[in-house]
Structures are given as C-alpha cells and as structure tokens.
Ligand binder design. Structure first.
Ligand code: BG6
Length: 292
C-alpha cells in the first residue's frame, strides 16, 4: 500500500489501484476512487480545503451536535454540526491487513487536549475521538470511537455526513427505508412514516430516518442498478439530504449550482436524542459503504 502523508492530507493507494484521501482538517475523507479512477464521493468545486471552513463534500464528521441544539444546554453554544469537522486532527498511523496489501486502515485522533481554547470553552468535556478509515477493493469503512476521559458523563450526537457522487438525481432512489419513521425537516419537523420502498428525490429533502431494521443495509439505486450499499454499526439514524435548486443557490461554497443533481447525502448517525457516555466509557459507531 502506497501511503503519502503531507502536512495537510494523507493518501493511500492499494496495489490494485483503489485510493482514499483524507484531509487532516476535519479528518474529512475528500476522495474515494475505484481502480479505474472513478470518484465515488461528491466534493463541491468551491469547497474550502484550507481549514477556513468545513469541507462541502466528501465525508465531514458531525460531533458532538447534529445541526444546532439551542435547547440542549451542554451543546447550545456550539456551531452547526459541532467542531469535529472544523478541527485539525492528528494522523496516528496505518495498518494493513494480515494477508498483505488487500486493505489499509488509517487512524486519526482528536481530543480535548488539542482543541483551541475557544472551542474548549464551548464544550468543556474531556474526550478522545479515534476515527478509522479502512479501504479495501470494494468497501470503505469509517468508524468513530468516542471515549469519555473525564470525571463526569457527557451527551453527544454523531454522524458520518457522506456526500455520494451520483449520475443523475432524477433517476436515483434510496432503498431500505420503507416503514421507517422520519422527521421531515422541510415540513416543520413533522414526524412521518416512509411508505415507499424506493425513495425518490424530487425537491429539497432533509429527513432524519430511524430505520426499523438497523442491520438491513440502505442502498442507493441509480437507474435500475444498486450502486452503493451502506451498512451501519451502532448508528440508529440515517439522514437523507439534498438541497435542490434554491438551497444550493444559497450555500456559498456549493458549486456548480446545479451540482445537487450529482450528489445525495445519505448520512449514518445517532442524532435523535443523545448518546449518554459515562466517565471512562466508550462508544463506537461505524458505516461500511460497498460500491457495487
Ligand atoms: C444535513 C442536515 O445533515 O446537513 C441539513 O440535515 C443541513 O439540515 C446539511 O443543511 C448541511 O449542513 P451544513 O452545515 O454543512 O451546511
């Protein structure tokens, strides 16, 4: 496995040609390519990769709050989606599979000790995050271990905010959500039940689904073929987001403006309510994306 570790990013290329690239800023996966160089993740042409903003695309990490939580005292002062996606993470190293070069795991860390004083003041808990990105020929696994190192419990939400690159939103559907209850953020947060076995996106969509069978993969279907399977481990919720025309027009770093036709966010997380982590305890949540 060929690893390059610069000051800003880490890249790994398997001998078979698949690759992944992670920015230390936010530990954001900004590229996942097949052996033939096809990119699987959507990244805005106007995304800032210099640390001045969270990255618009790839896989930003949402922690310890999803959106904003004005009514949740402990996280009420944090910016939208928390600080993980806008903090600089440390590259902790790589490991390869025992059988040689078939897969590679890259580890990244962020802890309270490395936060800026301003951020620490907004969320004063003593924590450690270990984020692992594992690549093999067909799959990308991203896993987060949250450790409470302090003397008091804390509550958090987390989410793997994956932007998938797709050919055409008008012929893309999401399966595996039938029967799930969801909060419809574009309809006054009303709670609904998904009746479609294939959910199509025909306008601004922003929904927090809680699938009934959490072990069943959620899939992205393009035309008549499944292109991605997303299986989740210990993450109860799945957000489906597409900004569509108007919202995309209003997002400064979203480009091209019709790029919403070529992306869909399907985001595995734990964002309904709060995970309560006792001092000394750990929580692990992960997704495995299979490219089909
Ligand atoms: C999604 C949220 O996860 O992220 C949306 O459900 C939000 O409500 C979107 O608009 C993008 O957020 P941001 O902060 O990256 O613009």
């Amino acid at each position: 496995v060929n690893i390059s570790h610069g000051n800003q990013r880490v890249t790994a290329v398997l001998p078979t040609g698949e690759s992944v690239e992670i920015l230390l800023h936010g530990a954001t996966v900004i590229s996942w390519k097949a052996a033939d160089d096809t990119e699987k993740l959507w990244v805005s042409n106007a995304a800032k990769l210099d640390g001045s903003k969270p990255v618009r695309g790839g896989i930003p990490l949402v922690f310890p709050v999803f959106g904003t939580a004005p009514d949740h005292a402990a996280t009420s002062k944090l910016p939208q989606h928390g600080f993980a996606r806008s903090s600089r993470w440390e590259f902790l190293g790589k490991s390869t599979s025992e059988s040689g070069d078939a897969s590679v795991k890259l580890d990244f860390g962020l802890s309270s000790a490395s936060l800026s004083d301003e951020v620490k003041a907004l969320w004063p808990y003593d924590f450690n995050l270990l984020y692992s990105v594992t690549l093999d020929a067909k799959t990308l696994t991203t896993s987060m271990v949250v450790t409470n190192q302090g003397n008091e419990p804390f509550e958090f939400q987390m989410l793997l905010h994956t932007y998938f690159k797709i050919k055409d939103i008008s012929s893309t559907t999401v399966t595996g959500l039938e029967g799930a209850s969801y909060v419809d953020k574009v309809d006054n947060a009303s709670v609904k039940t998904e009746s479609a076995s294939e959910v199509s996106i025909t306008g601004e969509t922003d929904r927090i689904y809680t699938p009934v069978k959490k072990e069943e993969p959620i899939a992205i279907v393009e035309g008549s073929s499944k292109t991605f399977n997303i299986s989740r481990d210990n993450l109860e919720d799945t957000v489906v987001w597409n900004p569509w025309t108007e919202k995309a027009a209003g997002i400064g770093d979203f480009a091209p403006k019709d790029g919403y036709k070529n992306m869909i966010c399907v985001e595995a997380g734990s964002v309904q309510g709060w995970v309560n982590l006792e001092n000394g305890d750990q929580f692990e949540g992960a997704q495995t994306i299979t490219s089909l």
